[in-house]
Design a binder for this molecule. Structure first.
Ligand code: FES
Length: 145
């Protein structure tokens, strides 16, 4: 049911932890399953994400997608990081079962929330970044659960 890459990132997640004095921190949850993810970004003066860490209190798919998402944004600039969608994360993991697709949204939204925090702290506007939700289950269709 899960790809080898999902199992690898679940069993051996990359970039787990916290960054002290992070440039941006984002926390999002899904009230329906109760899972929570927090992403820490360390962004240098050139707008490059030089380090990223995460903590996920959630299911295996949430852990694997967080791990892959951190790998995908590390070393990227802010605009490139915005393009790391949940679909890009799923593709990099060779897919997720349909019932687990919503788990990958936590990673995308947590990165956006951390970028939003960074932009707010530095008084800048990031083109294409909208205010993230803190609960990603808001407005979702009941039947996907
Ligand atoms: Fe909640 Fe996967 S079941 S994030």
């Amino acid at each position: 049911m899960y790809s080898e890459k999902v199992m690898d990132h679940f069993s051996n997640p990359r970039n787990v932890g916290e960054i002290e004095n992070a440039s941006g921190v984002g926390t999002v949850g899904n009230a329906k399953c109760g899972d929570i993810m927090r992403i820490y970004l360390d962004i240098n003066d050139n707008g490059i994400i030089q380090d990223v860490k995460f903590k996920t209190f959630g299911c295996g798919a949430a852990v694997a997608t967080s791990s892959m998402a951190t790998e995908l944004v590390k070393g990227k600039n802010i605009q490139e990081a915005l393009e790391v969608t949940n679909k890009a994360v799923m593709d990099a993991l060779d897919g997720l079962p349909a019932v687990k697709v919503h788990c990958s949204l936590l990673a995308e939204e947590a990165i956006h929330a951390a970028l939003w925090d960074y932009a707010t702290k530095n008084n800048i506007v990031i083109n294409g970044l909208e205010k993230p939700k803190t609960d990603i289950s808001e407005g979702e269709e009941e039947e996907i659960y």
